[in-house]
Write a protein that binds this ligand. Structure first.
Ligand code: C2E
Ligand code: CA
Ligand code: CA
Length: 611
């Protein structure tokens, strides 16, 4: 039965209950009240004429009609009325009907005695019996109505609803796992493509295939196979978000569709890979398919494709994911493959680099290089510690390549701690030599800074190494100030309380809110090298640098220019009264041994700790 006619039946049933209860009540009240009143009025008229008075009031036409139409019922109620005839002082002249009086309606009309007014005619009707009867009829009607609806429900509506749900289930869901089937998947995928077109966010379709599923069916029977399929469906469901679609295409093939993977392709691919990996791991856990048999260990192959907008149809997307799945199987199964080969190789090399990073940390493949910083009088005042990675049997990998990956994978946390520890140990080693006044600046990544125990870690390292906190400088970037600024400020203040200073790195490239600049407990601003590069040729850059220096001075902040490569740049900066300098013109980042050697105080080389 179509939906609208069903709701019609439902509404009719509701109407029936209401009607059964209300209609008799209304009819009874209406006829009882007006009929009785009319009767009483007539009696009063008779009585008045007996008392030699004339009633001038005429019942309205509608009262007359009601009287005629409802005569029979009114007759009954007439028993419960009383009519009194009183004079103007309220003295009763005559009385009709029962003596029992409750609340009553008073209908007053002047009484005339041969043209002279002698009193009022009051008609009073007791409503109690009328209401009692009306309530009885109402309750009776209600019960009859409910009984009718109950019958209707039991014999018509519930069976109808069951059939409807069963039809929907059959049409859109897989009966075994109760997951959406291909039909519903395609509907949702089409909707997702439209939504992605609007938001320009990436989404992903993954096809999963349980490796060697046929073996289970053949060796342990179809029941065990079914149980495996149900269990696998549950595991997939619990490993994706609420809004993602998990569907079963049939056999041992499932499709997962995820949305909102952001607008950046590499990051979307990375997220899709992480989800696929999570599902793969969950599906590879042992299955207990029956109490007597040993646990079943299975693996899964997954093909992944990304989508954005509607350039590729839903059918094609499924084919692409299927092709990727084929490649995963070709690669020996128990694997994840992307449809797009470039994406696949990017994912592969990232994965390889990530595991190499992990190895690197264990095998001490990292080193800190130091780049000197000078003041206006060419006096060495400090150094920035910059991380270098020398993987075994490979060319060194620059920080721009491995730092983002270390951030994403969380490896930046142990790496960052190592950097801080090494830099602090270096400060301690300089303690009693001519370099004892130098500061060391280290770069702190956003993820590292956001760690809840970051303040404790800094404090711990300072204590352990015995370094002077006043000589440690943490370089933060403006991007860190974008989230939870109050937390950032609180953390910075706690670290400042330890005696450590802060420098705002790459200044001018981020959002540079002057408001925050004033609120943050900063010691220094570092003008980004992109402004310094063309400072002598680009009037805009020159103006920006001048403005930054003037602003820092008025805010009482130190200012350092980084990326100073030429004498001309240095001279220009000097003319703007820039106080501190760092760049290739003064010296490149070098290992600690060379840092010492390049300086006038190279006699102190042996006080440097090896990196
Ligand atoms: P950064 O903090 O802005 O560091 C300055 C970068 O500019 C360094 O690159 C440095 O070698 C380079 N540089 C210095 N002077 C000049 C110059 O005169 N000309 C030019 N063209 N470049 C100059 P590097 O060492 O490759 O580091 C790149 C970025 O990697 C750093 O940018 C920093 O964001 C990050 N990084 C380096 N070490 C660490 C670390 O220990 N922890 C974290 N979280 N990030 C680090
Ligand atoms: Ca820096
Ligand atoms: Ca910088």
């Amino acid at each position: 039965m179509p939906r609208h006619s069903e709701s019609l039946v439902r509404n009719l049933a509701r109407g029936a209950v209401l009607g059964m209860a209300l209609v008799p009540v209304l009819v009874y009240i209406f006829t009882g009240y007006f009929g009785a009143k009319q009767m009483a009025f007539d009696d009063a008229r008779v009585q008045a004429s007996r008392a030699n008075v004339v009633i001038s009031a005429n019942p309205d036409a509608w009262q007359y009609v009601a009287e005629r139409f409802l005569d029979q019922i009114a007759e009954v109620r007439h028993q419960d009325t009383r009519t009194e005839l009183t004079d103007f002082e309220g003295k009763m002249l005559a009385q009709i009907g029962d003596e029992c009086l409750h609340w009553c309606v008073s209908d007053q009309a002047p009484l005339l005695d041969f043209g002279r007014a002698v009193g009022d005619l009051t008609v009073k009707i007791s409503l109690v019996p009328i209401l009692a009867w009306a309530s009885f009829l109402g309750v009776l009607g209600l019960f009859v109505g409910l009984a009718l609806v109950n019958l209707l429900n039991r014999h018509v509506l519930i069976p109808l609803e069951r059939t409807r749900v069963a039809n929907i289930e059959l049409a859109f869901y897989d009966p075994l796992t109760r997951l959406p089937n291909r039909r519903l998947l395609m509907v949702r995928l089409d909707q997702a493509l439209v939504a992605s077109h609007r938001s320009q966010e990436f989404g992903s379709v993954m096809i999963l295939d349980l490796d060697h599923f046929k073996v289970i069916n053949d060796t342990r029977g179809h029941d065990a196979g079914d149980r495996l399929l149900i269990e696998a469906a549950q595991r997939i469901r619990t490993n994706v978000r609420e809004g993602d679609t998990v569907s079963r295409l049939g056999g041992d093939e499932y499709v997962v569709m995820v949305e909102h993977l952001g607008r950046e392709e590499t990051s979307a691919a990375r997220q899709a890979e992480m989800i696929a990996e999570k599902i793969r791991c969950a599906l590879n856990q042992p299955y207990v398919l029956s109490s007597s048999k040993t646990a079943y260990h299975g693996t899964t192959s997954i093909g992944v494709v990304l989508f954005r907008g509607q350039q590729v149809s839903s059918d094609t997307l499924l084919k692409q994911a299927d092709l990727a799945l084929y490649r995963a199987k070709e690669a020996g199964r128990n694997a994840i493959r992307f449809f797009n080969p470039e994406m696949q190789s990017a994912i592969d090399s990232r994965a390889a680099m990530e595991s190499a990073l992990r190895q690197g940390l264990l095998q001490a493949e990292f080193q800190l290089y130091y780049q000197p910083q000078f003041d206006q009088t060419e006096k060495l005042i400090g150094a920035e510690a910059l991380l270098r990675w020398f993987p075994a049997n490979q060319a060194p990998i620059p920080p721009a390549q491995f730092i983002p990956l270390a951030e994403e994978s969380g490896l930046i946390i142990p790496i960052g701690l190592w950097v801080m520890e090494t830099a602090c140990a270096q400060l301690k080693a300089w303690e009693h030599g001519p370099l004892s006044t130098l500061t060391v600046a280290i770069n702190v990544s956003a993820r590292q800074f956001r760690q809840t125990d970051f303040v404790d870690r800094v404090s711990e390292i300072l204590q352990r190494t015995g370094a002077n906190p006043a000589q440690l400088k943490l370089e933060l970037t403006e991007s860190m100030m974008l989230e939870h600024i109050e937390d950032v400020i609180a953390k910075m203040e706690a670290i400042q309380a330890l005696g450590v200073k802060f420098s705002l790195d790459d200044f001018g490239t981020g959002f540079s809110s002057l408001f925050y600049l004033k609120r943050l407990p900063l010691r220094q601003i570092k003008i980004d090298q992109s402004f310094i590069r063309d400072i002598t040729t680009d009037a805009n850059d020159a103006a920006i640098v001048r403005a930054i220096i003037a602003m820092s001075q008025s805010l009482g902040l130190e200012v350092i220019a980084e990326g100073v490569e030429t004498q001309a740049q240095r001279d220009f900066l000097r003319s703007c009264e820039c106080a501190q300098y760092q760049g290739y013109f003064y010296g490149k980042p070098v290992p600690i041994s060379e840092f010492a050697r390049g300086l006038p105080c190279n006699a102190l080389v042996d006080t440097f700790i090896p990196a």
